[in-house]
Design a protein around this ligand. Sequence first.
Ligand code: NAD
Length: 478
Amino acid sequence: MNVHQNFIAGQWTNSAEAADNINPSNTRDVVGVYARGSRQDAEAAIAAAKQASMSWSRSSIQLRHDILQKVSTELLARREELGRLLAREEGKTLGEAIGEVVRAGQIFGFFAGETLRLSGEKLPSVRPGVEVDITREPVGVVGIITPWNFPIAIPAWKIAPALAYGNCVVFKPADLVPGSAWALADIIIRSGIPDGVFNLVMGRGSVVGDAFLTSPDVDAISFTGSVTTGKKVAASSVEHMRKFQLELGGKNPLVILDDADLQTAVECAANGAFFSTGQRCTASSRLIVTDKIHDSFVEALKARLSKLVVDDSLKDGTHIGPVVDQNQLDQDLSYIAIGKDEGAKLAWGGSRLERGTPGYYLEPALFTETTPQMRINREEIFGPVASIIRVKDYDEALALANDTEFGLTAGICTTSLKHASHYKRNAESGMVMVNLPTAGVDYHVPFGGRKGSSYGPREQGRYAVEFYTTVKTSYTLP
Ligand code: NAD
């Protein structure tokens, strides 16, 4: 098989190492072979980006608009093919994967428009005759490091604003899923982008990612991934006095009140907790349910889970694909064992499944009779595992929803306007969903969390300008 190369300083570039990209639905299926870059590759990419930065930062906004628009158009036109690649390498269902490619296309389209809308301010000075201008300028070289669970949408929502606002990019996708990232890079490269402005360096976090972190020439890092790696990004960024932005884990609550519409609550829980195999930072892993609806909700959710088909991500009729790899599967199974040991009742699923092909299939797992202090209710599992915590009323539900070190999303199912409004104001999270799954967001509005889930300015929508630009104040005496 041909090795998919890295793209550095305007050239497709060989690397000393390469790795197979394995389909988690069928581990006999090699999706492709992808370069594993070295520290030197990363350093060459950073140097190229730095060199290109002066000219790109002053490039015409029409050129940037046209490039981003072209990327958007191609992504949308190739949604089926790229969705198939994404489902094959990551394991989410084909429908979800096509949706993710469409999302990436929409994001590039949105930021194509934003290139034409960058604005500043002109103010009078407190000193007579002096004028004050406030303008936004690119930050410089942006290092982008992404996780495996959204292999094209997360890169898109970082790369598109970085380029739109005149930054050069060094991009390191997750080593587990380089295929969609490589395809996106190929589209960006063919869009007419000047040499050095966009560089792809696939490879290990400890090698390529670390080279980004330790380079004095990377002016900003946008990172999405685990808390452990996020802390390394933070520490190294402080050391270099560079801008950084972190999107990390979640332990998102979905509160279900007695007055909720039962069917809405069940759909929100099934979707939020288990779709995309529960591998979403916005997944609802804690279902906090008030006393009177508790038993009927558990029965209805179990009935819903019994209808979910776990199988090959590309098969028609599959609702839940495999877990992404053996490590993640081991982690999920170990948390299921921990939950049982802690005294939670495994009310549904949790078994390893055999299907027609060798893959990492796991039945969705639902725990009941759990307590807030159990590890399964405190630590991010990142798999199709959710637990129910029974509470007496709304006040207790809200207190428990906030009793976590994370704060990405928080959901509530209720028909009470009073409780919905109170929850929107008091949930300690960056995003709140009422009668909707905790996962599933729009692309034109801010995305991000509080507490241990996020650090730095929000991503997406026009709020992205905060991270990808720096403000300059100029004084003039004409
Ligand atoms: P991870 O931290 O292991 O890896 C993320 C990226 O960092 C990968 O590209 C990896 O290669 C790189 N990396 C690893 N070690 C590094 C190092 N020492 N220096 C620099 N880079 C390094 O995370 P993951 O397992 O890929 O992703 C799962 C995590 O991502 C979960 O915790 C999930 O909640 C989180 N996530 C958060 C969001 C969000 O928006 N909040 C979205 C998706 C995923």
